[in-house]
Design a protein around this ligand. Sequence first.
Ligand SMILES: [Zn+2]
Length: 415
Amino acid sequence: MRQSHLFTKTRKSAPKDEVSKNAQLLIRAGYIHKEMAGVYSYLPLGLRVLTRIEQVIREEMDAIGGQETKMATLHPSENWKQTGGWDNVDVLFKLMSRTEKEYALGQSEEEIVTPIGQEYASSYKDLPVAIYQIGQKYRDELRAKSGIMRGREFGMKDMYSFHETQDDFDRFYGIVKEAYFKVYSRCGLDAKVTEASGGAFSEKFSYEFMVLTDAGEDDIVYCEKCTHCANVEVSSQKEGDTCPKCSKGELKSAKAAEVGNVFDLGQKYPKAFNFTFKTNDGTEQYPVMGCYGIGTTRLMGTVVEVLSDDKGIVWPKEIAPYRVHLIGITGGNKDVAAEADKLYDHLQENGIEVLYDDRDARAGEKFADSELIGIPTRIVVSEKTMQEGGVEVVERTTGTAAFIQDSGIIEYFQK
Ligand SMILES: [Zn+2]
């Protein structure tokens, strides 16, 4: 992509009412556009990042047997009345049509997926099954001050599973947990998992996946010696306590952002829709249901909060909008511009995705924009590098610069 063709531009400051770091940086760099509190549009660079995050999640859900769907987001009110959610879920957006028919905007899909599961799973032979989607969700939030980490409209991967027994749900939860850790690791985050009460969703309990960041809304305690982690809101554990899991470490407290959750829903929704299956011995039984969420836009916001520095965003390679930011410092020299053009084509021919700053702008402006946008590797072509037969390569994460001969450029990205 030639930056001279990109319709978005960087800006010096974010809107005055935008208080969150993630949205400030993403707006300044041209990734998102703020429509109102808690609602953002995703612009070309932002959509590329979001699509990559979705693809990471898709790959990990497919790998554990999840089957992707696209469920409706405009829901019949009847389904929500059947589960009691119509009156009990305070964040549910409700709409009325001109014929005075009522609808809900999806904030979760139990009311839709349970009847779907019911239609196709009538026997124990049809179970277990895990159904997921990646799409838009809506929540009537009273406050939306966390940028894209808490939106009134937001992106979400939500998966739902149906099982013959509680044991089988517990087994599958263990598999999902490992898949979730792979997702976070591929997105450059170090996550912890905590057990918590399930709130309005659940008869039983939930698991929350947490990433340490001061931008988070949760207070947690965690052990540095093992994986133990607990949400302070639901636990009597506090900083300085001996870890209840390993008995070796001392608990530390921190702010954390929830980047995923798993709800053990028990038989609540199957009971609400009278969804039963025939067991091996011929009796009818309600399946045990699980719900597994990862907020895709929230994950993107968390990555920005955790990995940015004072110059701008720092994207991990797997979810960066482009692999390389190629910068031509031509100073009006046509030979340098031609050399940068040639390298742009050469990188793309080798499958390396490039944002090419071919704009007629000062070097300082190009470098500052590059730091703000946060693409992992910057390549600089200038009169000086041309004379030396190569390019300057700078890694955004470490700031380390190296001179690479023209002949070694592709190899640099393949290693
Ligand atoms: Zn411990």
